[in-house]
Design a protein around this ligand. Structure first.
Ligand SMILES: Nc1ncnc2c1ncn2[C@@H]1O[C@H](COP(=O)(O)OP(=O)(O)OP(=O)(O)O)[C@@H](O)[C@H]1O
Ligand SMILES: [Mg+2]
Length: 216
């Protein structure tokens, strides 16, 4: 089943072209590694697909509907892990997951929200850190909180920007296995990465060069 259609997406900042005529489709259940040199446009492409940035031309369709900037229903279908992580340092690890989950799904009871957050933190090996303030966590621990938050609501599309860059050894394997498991439950997963471990588990590689897709 086609989940995502990206059609001739172009983005420029002033005279600097960041994405040019990027087109690809992906199916539900696919894990796609998005590769390319630093500055090639990976984060920008994820922002466009996630509805955080409007392209200058072209379109993105998720599950048959055009992706619109700030569409709440669409936002619930997407799990975003941005390169800057976007965690609130003065909240605990658990609260960073619970607050957006409660906002995203008003039908969940507080008990269900807490249980979902605990389960997501356990998936990234942080069950014993849930009550720690984010500002007290290491870089790799923060990265895992952001990953847990991206998947806690079982989104149809997971977009993860360099999710393993601060992890090593078994933690990297844990994160990659989580992303693979998300695809295996039927989500589309796009991971911007330089990590060969992620590429090894991917169904497909998309390679960006100066904003253009050179392999797909
Ligand atoms: N808001 C912006 N204004 C101007 N230029 C921008 C903006 N956002 C991104 N760019 C430029 O777009 C290009 C692509 O940036 P992007 O962050 O998508 O690269 P990337 O492939 O994710 O790199 P990295 O591997 O370092 O994360 C860069 O040259 C960057 O300077
Ligand atoms: Mg980037």
């Amino acid at each position: 089943m086609t989940l995502l259609v990206v059609q001739e997406v172009s983005v420029a900042f002033g005279s600097r072209v960041v994405l040019q005529d990027v087109s690809f489709t992906m199916s539900a259940g696919e894990l796609v590694a998005l590769q390319g040199p630093s500055g090639s446009g990976k984060s920008c492409l994820l922002a466009v697909i996630g509805g955080l940035q409007t392209p200058d031309s072209g379109s993105v369709t998720l599950d048959g509907a055009p992706v619109l900037l700030g569409d709440d229903a669409q936002r619930r279908q997407v799990g975003l892990m941005l390169q800057g992580l976007g965690l609130l340092p003065m909240l605990t690890a658990a609260e960073n997951i619970e607050v957006p989950l409660q906002v995203a799904d008003g039908t969940l009871s507080p008990t269900e929200v807490i249980a979902s957050s605990s389960a997501a933190l356990a998936r990234v090996g942080l069950e014993d850190r849930s009550d720690r303030l984010v500002e007290e966590l290491s870089g790799g621990q923060r990265q895992r909180v952001a990953l847990a938050r991206a998947v806690v609501h079982s989104p149809a599309l997971v977009l993860a920007d360099e999710p393993t860059s601060a992890l090593d050894g078994s933690l990297r394997t844990l994160a990659v296995e989580l992303l693979r498991a998300e695809a295996d439950r039927g989500a589309g997963v796009i991971v911007a990465t330089h990590d060969p471990a992620v590429v090894g588990w991917a169904d497909r590689v998309l390679l960006l060069h100066d904003g253009a897709l050179v392999e797909g």
